[in-house]
Design a protein around this ligand. Structure first.
Ligand code: UDP
Length: 381
């Protein structure tokens, strides 16, 4: 019998499994619905090019402890992600910064706006678009409206199905206006991609005699929860240890407070018969087409071949049993529903919830590794 059962083999589940196996020297079983480990970080080669099957994953962090921890499982290729946005017929750097300013406006106007921005904001600082929108100054207001309309409004409508102000402000603040000339998508201290890809990290993490893995298995097939006694059963035998759950919290509790909404994405890959398709790793299309962005993986994991692989992302509503939940949808109403689930879960002493889906939070990879390490220390160790 196992001491712990973990549902989900993404970062949340795999980090905790690795800690339980190595630090506690106890036995753990991971149950995974898909036919592979790694969750949405899973990558594999297409035409010999390393491709992120669930969308571009660029590792970036300011947490040295997370960088050090993951470095136990991989070597890195230093990598700084750059994104362009196709606006008014040309590609310009994103996040919007002074370089973008001079690309989209005539020099004199750009100059005037740059001066005003520098009078108001510190050089190299970040301003969320919804903050900039509050500007009273006529030139800054003009700039804010321009960025809002050209970059955020239609992209957010495609990605989330709502206007930027109808979603938690932290979402659009992920891509702030940058008061400076740094063209990189992230500014963190550590930025890299794993030399041999993410899947290899997971293989190394889980390669331990204390860890058993059950792929192609829905947790409902093997785990039962008794809502009266609050006990957990594994193949009808009472579980003595804990259940660490990283899947959808509403599914875990049989949707008793209703379904929590998620956004999904239809990931469409194409093999192109030329060496390169586009100039940057990712190009965003806020206002054109039904996809939000095109990523070309060769820029992320360079390799010399005659072909290239691109990914177009088509956001869509998540529908149970039909597609994959990628993002929790942050509105007041959904948060309240989540809180009902959270409160209910607190009645179960032996259930530990961790991860994007279980905590209904927009965790990045580094956030989730940090969170999993903390949960291990606080709730398991
Ligand atoms: N966003 C936007 N236009 C862009 C890039 C981002 O409106 O060109 C907004 C959009 O709402 C998006 C959010 O900022 O969902 C966060 O973007 P990010 O690139 O961090 O999303 P992720 O890579 O996590 O899908």
């Amino acid at each position: 019998m196992f001491d712990y059962i973990i549902v989900g083999a993404g970062f949340a589940g795999s980090v905790i499994a690795e800690r339980i196996a190595n630090v506690l020297n106890e036995k753990v079983l991971i149950i995974e619905k898909r036919n592979h480990i790694g969750g949405n970080c899973y990558d594999e080669r297409i035409e010999n090019i390393l491709v992120h099957k669930y969308g571009p994953h660029l590792f970036h962090t300011n947490y040295k402890e997370v960088w050090d921890y993951l470095s136990n499982f991989t070597e890195w290729d230093l990598y700084h992600h750059k994104v362009l946005a196709f606006i008014d017929g040309r590609n310009v750097p994103i996040p919007f910064n002074f370089n973008t300013l001079y690309k989209v406006f005539p020099k004199e106007l750009a100059n005037k706006i740059e001066k005003k921005l520098l009078e108001k904001y510190i050089y190299n600082s970040k301003v969320p678009i919804l903050e900039l929108k509050k500007e009273k100054d006529k030139d800054l207001k003009f700039l804010a409206d321009y960025i809002y309309e050209k970059i955020f409004l239609n992209y957010t409508a495609k990605q989330w199905g709502v206007k930027p102000e109808e979603i938690d402000s932290a979402v659009t603040a992920r891509v702030p206006v940058f008061i400076g000339r740094d063209d990189r998508y992230f500014n963190d201290t550590y930025q890299a991609v794993p030399k041999d890809g993410y899947t290899k990290i997971f293989q190394k993490m889980l390669d331990h005699p204390n860890i058993k893995l059950m792929l192609n298995t829905d947790f409902n097939e093997v785990v039962q929860i008794d809502h009266q006694t609050k006990k957990i059963y594994f193949f009808n035998q009472e579980l003595r240890g804990k259940l660490i759950f990283t899947g959808m919290i509403d599914e875990l509790f049989d949707y008793k407070f209703g379904e929590l909404p998620y956004r999904s994405v239809d990931m469409r890959f194409e093999i192109i018969e030329k060496e390169y398709y586009q100039k940057a790793a990712t190009i965003n299309y806020p206002n054109n087409y039904d996809f939000t962005r095109i990523t070309e993986f060769k820029h992320i994991h360079p390799i010399k071949t005659n072909k290239t692989v691109i990914l177009k992302e088509y956001p869509q509503v998540y529908v149970k049993d039909e597609n994959t939940p990628y993002y929790p949808v942050f509105t007041q109403e959904n948060q309240e529903r989540y809180n009902e689930y959270l409160e209910y879960s607190q009645g179960f002493e032996d259930i530990v919830l961790v991860g994007r889906l279980a905590e209904y939070k927009y965790y990045d990879m580094d956030d989730i590794v940090k969170r999993a390490l903390e949960v291990f220390e606080e709730k398991i160790r």
